[in-house]
Design a protein around this ligand. Structure first.
Ligand SMILES: Nc1ncnc2c1ncn2[C@@H]1O[C@H](COP(=O)(O)OP(=O)(O)OP(=O)(O)O)[C@@H](O)[C@H]1O
Length: 265
């Protein structure tokens, strides 16, 4: 059955990316459905971040087409691209906060970029609201990134990614570097936001617990392509060496056991 265009938020076709002689992606296809949390996994260096950077326009592909919200991103002029960009939020690896700005000021950066004449009081109110949504205490607003723990930085990054009420969220390894409790709390926030705001989430992760806890489907990058996409049970049924090793290795089995125990409780 073919899916309606409306149901596909990100459509990648025939993507080719490379650096010098190194080909990272070749004839890569991917569909991300509206309202889903799609986990993107693959061995180190398989091109997960390059894929995300291509979709958000930070990396120009050698070949292929990328459509977001039904509009091709290739060859868009700056104004058109900006109109599409305002509809998504991005949390980069390590949160990428501006170190000389407070959390509130960081959250305000994208709002100022898109609405330069916005009233200062409204700007403060929006930042306060987004900071609360990310699960940070109100006093975090006035802190600088160097005064925050790793988990708080990620939450501040999420607050900034939510600044413009996005329909689509890109998260690059959001739980990397967090302790298991912090990672589980972060997963819960992402799931909550996705449910409450109807977000579509493109989530790069190595974290098996995150995949089991919150992802609706998982896309596997290997051999320069998306070699498989589906629910975890669907992937487990595939005879692919990396997928079997990843999901059925000791860590995969432990994550599944945790998930099953949670479901029974
Ligand atoms: N700007 C760049 N210039 C040259 N090579 C690059 C550049 N960005 C990425 N690469 C290369 O592209 C390949 C894919 O990188 P990418 O960061 O997307 O991998 P990844 O799957 O996200 O890996 P990890 O899981 O380790 O974060 C790597 O071999 C990397 O060295």
């Amino acid at each position: 059955m073919s899916e309606k265009d409306d149901d596909i938020v990100i459509r990648v076709r025939g993507l080719k990316n490379g650096f010098g002689d190194q080909i990272v992606h070749d004839r890569l296809d991917l569909d991300v459905r509206r309202g889903e949390i799609l986990g993107v996994v693959g061995g180190s260096g398989t091109g997960k971040s390059v894929l995300m950077r291509s979709i958000i326009g930070l990396q120009t592909p050698i070949e292929g087409d990328i459509s977001v919200f039904g509009q091709s991103m290739i060859g868009k002029d700056e104004t058109e691209a900006k109109n599409i960009r305002r509809r998504w939020g991005v949390l980069f690896q390590g949160a990428a906060l501006f170190s000389t700005l407070t959390v509130a000021e960081n959250v305000q950066v994208p709002i100022r970029e898109f609405y330069p004449r916005i009233d200062a009081q409204l700007l403060d109110e929006i930042a306060t609201y987004k900071i609360a949504m990310s699960g940070l205490p109100p006093e975090a607003a006035m802190k600088y990134p160097s005064e925050l723990s790793g988990g708080m930085k990620k939450r501040a990054g999420i607050a900034r990614a939510l600044a413009l009420d996005p329909e689509l969220l890109f998260l690059d390894e959001p739980t990397a570097g967090l302790d298991p409790i912090g990672a589980a709390a972060f997963d819960a926030i992402v799931r909550e936001l996705q449910k409450n705001l109807g977000l579509t989430v493109f989530l790069i992760t190595h974290d098996l617990d995150t995949l089991y806890a919150i992802c609706d489907r998982v896309a596997v990058l290997a051999d320069q392509k998306v070699v498989a996409i589906g629910t975890i049970p669907e992937l487990l049924a595939l005879d692919h060496a990396w997928i079997q090793e990843y999901f059925n290795g000791p860590r995969g089995r432990a994550a599944r056991a945790t998930e099953e125990a949670g479901a029974e409780a």
